[in-house]
Design a protein around this ligand. Structure first.
Ligand code: MG
Length: 380
């Protein structure tokens, strides 16, 4: 399929911070995608929680497998819209790279710990620091030297930042919307985790089929279709088929509704898309409501389930204790981080160090440095 006129053309991007000659057979976005996959922060996603820690099961999603599912859906949606699939894939693969240990609870805790120091934690901005500074792989530049459009997508994929509040992000033209490849990511992320969390929650016996059918109308519809056609099928396979159809409906709606909105807004070029004051990638009103019902169900039945909450609270308490520990004893961090505390605020460096940890590494450090209290906390 040829690229749409509003797709991001790698030949017309704003380039890299440190100019590099073009590659013989990969365009700049394909190259960025490959750099992201080869980064250390990407590999660490394997040992970071999505919803379930590995204490529950080894075959539930972690942040790496979630990321791969986001990339798969992003490629499909971008391709159907005639967008640049290499750029969409690179943005999907990098979208969670700034996540600290223990998912959103870890992110909230780090933010809470930074506030008394007049600072904040934001996983998008942390991701930007990772790809600009923390990854040390190349002789000629710090970070991954990604193209402007990938860095811009990291900043803008999920929300708008105000130029007054974030002057350091001025180069990303905060008054403009990002290209459609970046606008898709947040929606695709939702499609991936809402369906996957339902799947893992069902597998973990934390949500039951009757409750899902009763409270999630979109699932009820697809399940009834499956029931009518496969009355004798195994229940788990009927569940899988119904869930697969939910995912397909969400993705199809995102494609069709976004296409309709682009046409209505008269967006013909990337410059048009950037200038249109609202984001054009979106679900239709009907599917937005259906998706919100699914999300509400997941909060009530899964994310706030006591088994998940206890595990999460224990882990986050370890994160907090380790933060305070390093704040008092920065020399206990590796030299790379300790040395930075001579030039930058200590709380910031401690935060950067902890945010980069995997769940396992954090619990191990906590156990080794803080000792007995950690055994009780980690339930080990
Ligand atoms: Mg995500």
């Amino acid at each position: 399929m040829p690229l749409a006129s509003y797709a991001m053309d790698p030949g017309r991007g704003r380039g890299r911070r440190f100019p590099e000659p073009p590659h013989a057979y990969r365009n700049d976005y394909a190259r960025d995608r490959d750099r992201i996959i080869h980064s250390r922060a990407f590999r660490r996603l394997e040992a970071k929680t999505q919803v379930f820690t590995t204490r529950f099961s080894d075959h539930f999603r972690n942040r790496l497998t979630h990321t791969l599912e986001v990339a798969q859906i992003a490629r499909t949606v971008a391709g159907a819209l005639g967008l640049n699939t290499d750029l969409a894939e690179a943005l999907a693969l990098v979208h969670d790279i700034g996540h600290p240990p223990f998912g959103h609870a870890g992110e909230r805790k780090l933010d809470e710990l930074l506030r008394p120091h007049g600072a904040r934690f934001d996983h998008n901005l942390h991701a930007l620091h990772i790809v600009e500074q923390f990854e040390q792989r190349y002789l000629d530049f710090p970070g991954l030297n990604l193209t402007f459009e990938v860095r811009e997508g990291i900043v803008k994929h999920s929300r708008d930042y105000s130029a007054a509040e974030y002057p350091e992000l001025a180069e990303y033209a905060l008054g403009q919307k990002p290209p459609l490849e970046a606008q898709l990511i947040d929606w695709v992320d939702e499609i991936a985790y809402n369906t996957a969390d339902l799947d893992d929650g069902f597998e973990a016996h934390l949500v039951d089929l009757d409750a899902i059918r009763e409270q999630v109308p979109l699932f009820r519809e697809t399940y009834n279709e499956v029931e009518a056609a496969h009355r004798e099928g195994r229940p788990k396979l009927k569940f899988n088929e119904a869930l697969k159809r939910v995912l397909d409906r969400l993705a199809t709606d995102l494609i069709e509704n976004t296409r309709r909105r682009i046409a209505e807004a008269g967006g013909k070029t990337v410059e048009d898309i950037r200038a249109i004051p609202e984001r054009l990638a979106a679900f239709s009103e009907e599917i937005r409501k259906a998706n919100a019902e699914l999300k509400r169900f997941l909060y009530a039945q899964l994310y706030d389930n006591s088994a998940i909450v206890e595990d999460r609270d224990r882990s986050v308490a370890c994160l907090e204790e380790l933060f305070q520990y390093y704040l008092g004893r920065p020399e206990k961090m590796p030299p790379f981080y300790y040395e930075q505390t001579h030039e930058s605020p200590r709380h910031q460096i401690v935060c950067d160090y902890i945010a980069g940890m995997t769940d396992h590494f954090l619990l191990r450090q906590h156990h080794e440095l803080i000792g007995g209290a950690s055994r009780a906390l980690a339930g080990a």
